[in-house]
Design a protein around this ligand. Structure first.
Ligand code: ZN
Length: 365
């Protein structure tokens, strides 16, 4: 039947304030007796404290760059092998999660990380279980099989079952210290995941429901979390929104905004969330239909136009770049071409050509 679907979500999710203090038990539940911890640089002291308390943690790697490099994956995988670790935990933002996922996927084999990055080798069937511990509320990486890594300037998004975490530990308390700008960027990334999963050509009934709730939570809580990072309720709701956002696109995949985000972040250095937000309201207007109208109304808005306006307002409040004139050394033709060529653009419900993208970007002039 045309409306049949297959839905699967293989990650065991642990959610709650202070959940990080149960990491030892969660590792045991995952079958981990020697867990290698990958974390953001600035989380190193916290990671060392955890290592002192939890005997299952056997080593730490925190040499993560902003655009995680394949050399970091290689180094982490070598350490994992030399320590005889049987599992990998990633604690941090998107970059850390990307590195931990990749390293866990290849650590059982001696083949160099570059062979997998280049696609010369398929990911091995045998891999280590990965436990994702997000410290920002946005990427949803804890429930997706996506990893973005770079080799020098060459950036690649790899979507492979080898990257699916075994477990996710989502502790809203870990997000309390996230700076304002990152709170807004990552929160809008979560909103983009929910909306794009919802309007994706491959949308499905179960992710649709999660998308609707994620949109409602972001609209009701992102500004609050941005204004006061210690607003426990807003932070909890944003952690939940990010998790649901991840679940919204894990199966249907994202579409136009994420397609445009890659040239915007590679060539104009916008952080991922800011790059997704750049075209988000424009795509709300382009993709507006009865389904999206219903989602906007269910989220308490008057309709899709108000949804687009709310997104623009959040970007303005957060001081994000919103216009083409904010991009340095703009090569407009190339930007339109690269956005059109990105594979995710094919997932957008309204077909986008270089011409229609040009028109869309002109509304952001
Ligand atoms: Zn994203």
């Amino acid at each position: 039947m045309a409306n049949d679907f297959l839905y699967s979500q293989p990650v065991k999710i642990w959610f709650g304030e202070g959940k990080i203090r149960e990491l030892g038990e969660i590792l045991k539940d995952t079958g981990a007796s020697r867990c290698f911890l990958v974390c953001d640089r600035f989380l190193r002291p916290a990671a060392e404290k955890l290592m002192g308390e939890i005997p299952e943690i056997c080593g730490i790697f925190s040499d993560i760059e902003e655009n995680p490099q394949i050399s970091g994956v290689r180094e982490a995988a070598l350490l994992i092998r030399s320590l005889g670790a049987d599992s990998v935990a990633g604690m941090g933002g998107g970059s850390t999660m990307d590195t931990a996922k990749f390293a866990a996927a290849i650590a059982c084999e001696s083949e160099d990380a570059l062979a997998y990055f280049r696609g010369v080798r398929k990911f091995p069937a045998k891999r280590l279980p990965m436990i994702a511990i997000p410290t920002t509320a946005g990427t949803g990486s804890e429930v997706t099989q996506v990893s973005v890594t770079s080799c020098g300037k060459e950036k690649k998004t790899i979507n492979d079952p080898a990257f699916m975490p075994r477990a996710a530990l989502v502790d809203p308390e870990l997000t309390y210290s996230v700076p304002k700008r990152t709170t807004m960027n990552t929160g809008l990334d979560a909103l983009a995941h929910a909306l794009e999963g919802y309007w994706s050509r491959n949308h499905q009934p179960i992710p649709d429901l999660m998308a609707a709730e994620a949109v409602r939570l972001v609209l009701g809580n992102l500004e609050r979390a941005w204004r006061d990072g210690n607003d426990r309720e807003a932070r909890r709701n944003m952690s939940m929104a990010a998790l649901l956002g991840g679940l919204s696109f894990a199966v249907p995949k994202t579409a136009g905004c994420h397609a445009c985000s890659y040239p915007l972040s590679e060539d104009y250095h916008l952080p991922h969330g800011e790059a997704c937000a750049f075209t988000l309201s424009a795509f709300v207007r382009i993709n507006a239909d009865d389904r999206l109208e219903k989602l906007a109304r269910d989220a308490g808005l008057s309709g899709t136009e108000e949804l687009a306006e709310r997104i623009d307002e959040l970007k303005r409040i957060g001081g994000l770049r919103t216009r083409l004139s904010d991009l340095e050394d703009l090569d407009f033709d190339r930007l339109c071409r690269d956005c059109e060529a990105h594979p995710l653009m094919k997932n957008n419900p309204v077909e986008m050509t270089a011409g229609s993208l040009r028109k869309m970007f002109e509304t952001l002039a």
